[in-house]
Structures are given as C-alpha cells and as structure tokens.
Design a protein around this ligand. Structure first.
Ligand code: ATP
Ligand code: MG
Length: 353
C-alpha cells in the first residue's frame, strides 16, 4: 500500500474557494494526513490526461472524483476513459466511472421500478419515437414530470399538465393539439403550448450523447418539500429538507428557484432513512452492482400510502460532485477519510477463494 489518495477536481467554476479548490476538498486531504496518509488535490485537464493517469496509477491507492462530468469542456468521455484505466490498474475508484453513470444518470429511477422506491409508471425515452408513442398516453393519467439527463439545477425538468377544456374519452391518449401548461423547475416559470409543439421542443433532450428523458408522475406533496439524505457510503450523515417557494406553480426544490433549506439529523427522518438503508442491497444490484458511492445523496418526495400513512418516492440520486461545506464543523471529513482508508484496505485484502 502506498497510503496516497488523489482528489480530482475541475479548474474554475463558482464552487471553488480562494485556494482554487472546492471548499470541502482540502479538509478531506487534511483528515487523511492526520491519519498518517498523504493526499493531494489535482486539477484534471484533458491535454495532460496521459501523464496524469500514469503518475496517479504509480503513486496512489485511490482517487476521489469531485468533478461534475457534464461540465468538462471536451465532454466526459476522455475523463471517464482515464478513470477506467486507473481502476484497471488497481487504483480504487471512488466512484468507478460506471458507478457514476449507474447511480447518477436520471434513468436510475426506471431501473428501480418494482423496488417500491419509485412509482410503477415511471418511464425513460431513449428515442423520439418511444417518447411520441408513450408520453401522450401517460399524460392522460395525470400530471407528469419530464426530466432531461444532462444539466442540473432544474434545467430541462418540466412539470406538464393538460390545460384543455375539451372532454376526452377515458384512457385515450392526450391529442397533440391539446393545450398543456408547462413549468420548468429551474425558475418555476410557466409556458403554455400545444402538446405536439412542446414535445417537438423536448426532442433536444433525447438526441445526442447521453440524451434521454425520464417521465415520472408528479408528486403533489413536493409542496411539503424534497427530503435529501446525504450519505458517506452506507452511513447517513444529515438530511436536508428543501421546501419549494411559496407560490402557486412552484414545485422546484432548487436554491435558485427560491426554495428554503433546513438541515436535520437523520434521526428526525428515521422511517425514511431505515427504509432506504434496507433497500440499499437491491439498489446496488439494480444499478449495476458497483460499490456504493463514497459521498452521495438520495432525494425523496412524500406520498400517501393506501392506509393514509406517509410513503416516500425517490426523485434523484447524485454522486459525482456532492459537497458538504455546511457540515465541515461536524467533522464529516473525518468520517470520509476513515471510509476511504477502509475501502483501500479492503481492496488490498486477498479475495476469498
Ligand atoms: N416527480 C416529481 N414530482 C414533483 N416534483 C418533482 C418531481 N421530480 C422532480 N421534481 C421537482 O423538480 C426539481 C428538479 O428535479 P431533479 O432534482 O430531478 O432535477 P435536477 O435538475 O437534476 O436537479 P439537481 O440540481 O438537484 O441535480 C426537484 O428538486 C423537485 O422539486
Ligand atoms: Mg435534484
């Protein structure tokens, strides 16, 4: 064992502190050093990829990826390729690139249909043809949320409801000339379109690299807030309760759209947290069998079960660049350092015959 860990970051961006690093990166580096390990934060640059890859493979036991792959100027493919080479060379990937897409892509939701974490009628469209065939029929059943895979902070996440006075036959798909009301989560702004016109606009989300649209029923209790669990591996660290702005059409839990955040102890959300921890083995299995991400979040919305009790619906998993600057003073970096060391040591053990 080399007892060395490399943190990959992207240069620039609004999430960096005065030293150019994410504000929660150096605390993790320091926490590893305090445990007798060495660690460094390195900027990933496409042009220096091969040299960086060789050096990290030679010097480090593990990497921690702290880059949103969607923001890499030349695209994510080259970065993922480097991470894949590092993992193949025996460096412990936190996370492995396939885990980043397995857990982090929006269609993770569809892979979890049947686990009780998402509604049974959640769909993903990878072609315009599938979208045209299925969306008008699902919309006939009630309000839907369409989610693009690329981008974040609510861009290309649309709440769609039929806003058309004409009667419709029960079970028939919504006709393409019906009027729909569309609200985008980025800022809760409202647009009115004919369904066909709006669907033509949405084709941009399906075409191109990693294009897809996830289609999920609207959960009206989002008004009561989105509940985010932040985990280090399998350990819940804190819960953020994000309440959308108090406006008629507001359904977005993003900060920019005016939502307010409250930080809670996971103990306050015991039934939800226990339910999710119990589901983890199956989640892992369905999302590709990769190790649970090092630092990640799972976002839930409230639902009401048949007996009137609260139920929880998963809305999104994030695992590529989750930050925790709000909790540095609680020592979360110490837990992360311990988890990194545990994973490296475990990888170094002889595998059972
Ligand atoms: N099925 C749903 N029902 C009600 N509201 C939803 C639903 N899905 C998403 N939302 C709302 O839309 C917001 C944005 O959706 P989501 O988190 O999936 O997208 P995102 O753009 O990737 O956001 P992030 O920046 O968190 O990664 C959520 O925070 C939530 O408020
Ligand atoms: Mg979200």
């Amino acid at each position: 064992m080399k007892k060395h860990v490399v943190f990959f970051e992207a240069e620039g961006g609004t999430d960096k502190g005065p030293d150019g690093h994410r504000r929660d990166t150096m605390p993790m580096v320091e926490a590893l050093r305090a445990r007798g390990w060495s660690a460094e934060a390195v900027f990933y640059r496409d042009a220096e990829r091969d040299r960086l890859c060789d050096r990290v493979a030679a010097e480090a036991d593990a990497y921690v990826s702290r880059i949103n792959p969607g923001t890499i100027p030349g695209g994510e493919a080259a970065y993922f390729d480097m991470l894949r080479r590092l993992c193949a060379a025996g460096v412990v990937g936190m996370p492995h690139p396939d885990a980043m897409t397995g857990y982090g892509a929006k269609d993770a939701l569809v892979k979890l249909v049947g686990t009780g974490l998402v509604p049974a009628d959640t769909a993903a469209y990878y072609t315009v043809d599938e979208f045209q065939r299925r969306f008008p029929a699902l919309l006939a059943g009630g309000r839907r949320v369409l989610k693009q895979n690329r981008g974040s902070t609510g861009e290309g996440i649309w709440l769609v409801s039929v806003d058309d006075p004409r009667p419709r036959a029960p079970g028939a798909p919504v006709p393409l000339d019906a009027l729909v009301k569309c609200v985008e989560a980025v800022d809760n702004h409202v647009e009115h379109h004919a369904l066909g016109e709006f669907m033509a606009f949405c084709e941009q989300y399906i075409v191109g690299e990693n294009g897809m649209l996830v289609d999920m029923r609207f959960m009206p209790r989002i008004k009561e807030g989105e509940i985010r669990i932040l985990l280090v591996g399998r350990t819940p660290i804190f819960v953020v309760h994000k309440k959308p702005a108090d406006a008629a059409d507001a359904f977005s839990a993003t900060l920019f759209s005016g939502a307010t955040y409250t930080y809670d102890d996971p103990a306050k959300w015991r039934p939800l947290v226990d339910m999710f921890l119990g589901a983890l083995p199956e989640v892992m299995d369905r999302l590709g069998g990769h190790e649970i991400p090092l630092i990640w979040t799972a976002d839930f919305m409230l639902d009401t079960a048949a007996d009137g009790s609260d139920a929880y619906v998963l809305g999104e998993i994030n695992c590529s660049c989750v930050g925790f600057t709000t909790h540095l003073e609680h020592g979360i970096q110490e837990k992360i350092a311990a988890e990194i060391i545990r994973r490296v040591e475990r990888a170094g053990e002889p595998s059972p015959a």
